[in-house]
Design a protein around this ligand. Structure first.
Ligand code: ADP
Ligand code: MG
Length: 588
């Protein structure tokens, strides 16, 4: 069974539930609540599960959706359907402002930030005169379709679940796109994503606003289902519950949002009956159980239940290679021996440590230049200065004659400088193909709206085709659809080279590409780099293995303690006493 068939079957069952005779209204209400929660949890799947950005404040966005429509319909006589775009607009603007402030926070500060505004907004809802203070707003009209008022919970059931279905499709489309890859790349930290031109802050804002809008739709539906709105459901308790749903279901999967919402809503309903009896007094005891379960879950099953559920269904056959599409346009390579990259007295200090001390050297086009030196000599820092990850404390870096130091990594990537990382930086859950396709980010232009509406398919085919071509070029075609995490370290270094090639670079920076490779693999790698050179590529590589660089490079630069101690033809450099002393520790 394909996932499409399963989905259609589920939709058919869902459509029939309310018309089955004898189904109690209580069930329908429960399902309605599950649908409403699913919308919020789906936003969290994208934000937290995929993007790694934790928010406890989502319930506040439901509040904006609910209060907007409650106020406009009761006080100003708006029709509910007119208030939906208004609610989305208001929530979008609020999310933009909150996102501009909080999405820059990292680590624990981000969730703390979301708790802060989550609580503030909750109290704001309860304090505003116009929103009816703690009593809230009552007599909210029901939704109305073609002249029929939807008072019946069976009727609104269809509306809610239509929204869930549409949101599920939209979210799936967004994830399965160029923007989706950028969202998934957030997990790997901003450095790798930005080195391929992803504007990470912008991507964070997009997912944050998207998740807020889904929550607003949920709140809007809730207001017309409940026909009354007060602050209670929009506090931090609810925010925790939504997060719990997303994590329990499987925070990386759209289906997980619905699964998690279903389980938590039913569990909550049961616990609310059971626990007060057990404790012999009233109270929100279920929150204690949820809190406990959330901790257990995060310790033991971070991936949630969805992957486990999915594994019960036999895997479909291997997806096919992305179809050959019209190749993407290529850059023209510079002629041989033109000055391409030039460092002049480049300097970088970290506090008191001078990691790069006035280093100067040039890389000419179609050369392979080796940058060698003992551990801690400053080689990777030099790479970071060239690629905009770090900005120099002094000196300059020029590419094709133009200053590129103090430019952002995205801008450097746009010029055609691609890199790999000493500490392999791929997303282990993502397939090799998707990881490599991230490298082609700058060669596409379709944004989130185009992805939502699937108007990006032609471009996406070209990007995936490019990624597949690069994977074949470096000899990992067999592994294309496997999760990157299942490959060996050596293979992952090669995957990173394919990703870098997807950028269509003029200059390739490889940080210890041969580390962890076996002897044969090293020889294959050397042959591949020589071939790239013959095709016009310029390569700067950091390497430890002397024999590897000797046969391969045209020019060597040796650094030690941040200072350049020698440069020249490999054979000359190897004979240089200073190099022997520093690099080989005097052994030779
Ligand atoms: P190499 O790549 O040659 O092994 P690095 O460039 O990684 O060396 O490191 C050079 C020196 O700079 C080391 O002493 C390292 O500890 C220090 N260093 C590198 N990055 C940072 C950083 N972000 N903050 C502080 N010190 C750093
Ligand atoms: Mg290094």
């Amino acid at each position: 069974m394909s996932s499409r068939t399963i989905l259609l079957a589920l939709v058919a069952v869902a459509a029939l539930v309310p018309v089955i005779p004898g189904v109690p209204v209580f069930w329908i209400t429960l399902l309605n609540n599950i649908g409403l929660a699913s919308l919020v949890a789906m936003g969290l799947v994208l934000l937290t599960g995929v993007g790694g950005l934790t928010s406890f404040g989502q319930a506040a966005f439901c509040g904006f959706g609910a209060y907007t429509t409650a106020l406009l319909t009761t006080a100003y006589g708006f029709s509910p359907w007119v208030t939906l775009p208004v609610a989305l607009l208001i929530t979008g603007v609020v999310a933009l402002i909150l996102g501009l402030v909080t999405m820059r926070l990292s680590g624990h500060y981000l969730p703390l930030g979301t708790i802060a505004w989550g609580i503030s907004l909750y109290f704001l809802f309860g304090e505003l005169e116009i929103l009816g203070k703690h009593d809230g707003l009552i007599a909210v009209p029901p939704l109305n379709i073609a002249g029929y008022d939807l008072y019946d919970s069976r009727a609104i059931y269809y509306v809610i679940w239509t929204f869930v279905l549409l949101a599920g499709i939209a979210t799936h489309n967004l994830l399965d796109s160029r923007v989706g890859r950028a969202i998934r790349a957030l997990r790997g930290g901003s450095v790798a994503a930005e080195s391929f031109g992803v504007k990470t802050f912008r991507v964070k804002l997009i997912v944050f606003i998207y998740s807020a809008l889904l929550a607003a739709i949920s709140g809007w539906l809730f207001a017309h289902m409940q026909r009354a709105v007060n602050q209670t459901p929009f506090g931090i308790n609810a925010g925790i519950e939504y997060l719990f749903m997303a994590v329990l279901g499987g925070a990386g999967h759209v289906g997980g949002a619905i699964l998690g919402s279903g389980l938590v809503t039913i569990l909550k309903d049961q616990l609310q009956r059971l626990l007060p009896q057990l404790f012999g007094s009233k109270g929100n005891y279920e929150m204690i159980v949820f809190g406990f379960l959330l901790v257990v879950l995060l310790q033991t099953a971070r991936e949630g239940l969805w992957p486990w559920l999915a594994s019960l269904f036999p895997a479909r056959q291997q997806p096919p290679r992305p179809v050959a599409a019209e190749p993407l346009p290529r850059r023209t390579m510079p002629d041989a021996a033109e000055p391409l990259l030039s460092l002049k007295s480049a300097r970088k200090s970290f506090g008191g440590l001078l990691a790069v001390n006035d280093v100067s050297f040039d890389v000419r086009s179609r050369e392979i230049v080796g940058l060698i030196g003992p551990n801690g000599a400053g080689k990777s820092t030099i790479f970071n200065l060239v690629t905009g990850v770090l900005w120099p404390t002094g000196g300059e870096v020029r590419f094709k004659g133009e200053r590129i130091d103090s430019q952002h990594a995205q801008a450097v990537a746009r010029r055609g400088i691609a890199r790999t990382f000493q500490h392999v930086n791929v997303l282990s859950n993502m397939s090799v193909l998707d990881n490599v396709a991230l490298g082609a980010h700058l060669r596409g232009s379709k944004g989130s709206l185009a992805s939502l509406a699937r108007l990006d398919r032609a471009e996406e085919r070209r990007l995936l085709n490019e990624a597949a071509t690069q994977i074949e070029r470096i000899g990992l075609a067999e592994q294309m659809h496997r999760p990157a995490g299942s490959l060996s370290l050596g293979q992952l270094r090669i995957v990173e080279i394919a990703r870098a090639l997807c950028l269509d670079p003029v200059l390739l920076l490889l940080d210890e590409p041969a580390a962890g490779l076996r002897h044969m693999e090293k020889r294959e790698l050397a042959a591949m780099l020589a071939k790239l050179k013959s095709e016009g590529m310029t390569i700067l590589l950091v390497e430890h293995d002397m024999s590897f660089v000797m046969g391969l490079t045209d020019h060597l630069v040796v650094v030690d303690f941040g200072t350049k101690i020698a440069e020249g033809k490999p054979a000359d450099v190897r004979a240089n006493p200073a190099v022997i002393e520093a690099y080989l520790g005097g052994v030779a």
